[in-house]
Write a protein that binds this ligand. Sequence first.
Ligand SMILES: *Cc1c(COP(=O)(O)O)cnc(C)c1O
Length: 399
Amino acid sequence: MQLLAQLSQQLQALDERSLIRRRRTVDTPCGPRVTVDGRELLAFCSNDYLGLANHPLIVEALREGASLYGAGSGASHLISGHARPHALLEDRLAGFVGAHLERPRALTFCTGYMANLAIISGLTAGDRDAEIFSESLNHASLIDGARLSRTRVHVYPHADLAAIEAMLKASNAATKLVVTDSVFSMDGDLAPLPELLALCEQYNAWLVVDDAHGFGTLGARGHGALEHFDLRSPYLVYMGTLGKAAGVGGAFVAAHETVIETLIQKARPYIFTTAAPPAMAHALLASLDLIDGAEGALRRAHLQALVAQLDDAATGLQLQRWQRLPSATAIQPILIGDNAETMRAGAALYEQGLWVGTIRPPTVAAGTARLRVTLSAGHSTMEVSQLSAAINALEKEWT
Ligand SMILES: *Cc1c(COP(=O)(O)O)cnc(C)c1O
């Protein structure tokens, strides 16, 4: 059949450029050690930054939530799917980041992808007088949100404050939306949020902050990027995900109550989808208790120690040809450049029982393929030493 032949040809073209993606099926819970095809691996690729995905208290809360509220929500939030745990979770999340907002309110979503679609389309779709200013390294979901809204988009170069200021100055739009990741997901660096917020206030623009990798890990209490930078403003629209550091799944938006009411009334990715199982919200309440408490603080401190260990002359990374990108977060990219060499490096580590993510275009720019090491509070210093030694040896062997 002609149609299938076309698809096969396209897949083959991807394969020839080392761009085919493969899934591996994991038989054990998410954690530093997982089993794949009967082999135990030491994994450095999940976003379970605090090691909560298999935490006994959260697993127990999920079980309890299922026995109290059943398996599914049965409907969208606006029909009959909005259950008590969803309402409790929203109140709790509004309190979590509310110190940084004016008249804070939170709204939960099934995924961060959908939350981002909802924010951007909900605040700009159908508004001919709106413009979006999007950071060049933004996550795909923010890009797709702009596409869904069909609003005009200006992309500004990574962390380039002069460029974004020039764009805001030149814009006559009544509604301006500056959109950025807080922690860049493939680079691990932080956006200059205080400076961006000052520009947004000066030019009367919303600042949409995607804190997928900051929520739970940044700030003394794990409340995320707004706490880390101590930002306060009614111009902030905050998105945090709950499937990474929080260890469960879903996401939320927190902002001024009028912003949230607008999303409830207008954001199609909020309105036209079934609410997440209430048991998940119940489990997330337990996760927030951990993040906010002494255990969360200990886990964040251990994670920071592991990040610092990568700089250690004896037990960290010592690279010459490959380049460790400057990152102070759990996301630690090692730039290799070539797709095929990156895949070979990933495969060689995997052979040794070390599972590290390999990132290629289009997720990153052409010529910047990389290993993406993610650290978790669940890792030990020994495990990080083992990974560093293996990567150091591999680079030396291939140079
Ligand atoms: C993971 C991620 C998302 C999407 O969140 P999900 O809950 O996984 O859908 C959005 N933005 C960034 C920066 C992310 O890393």
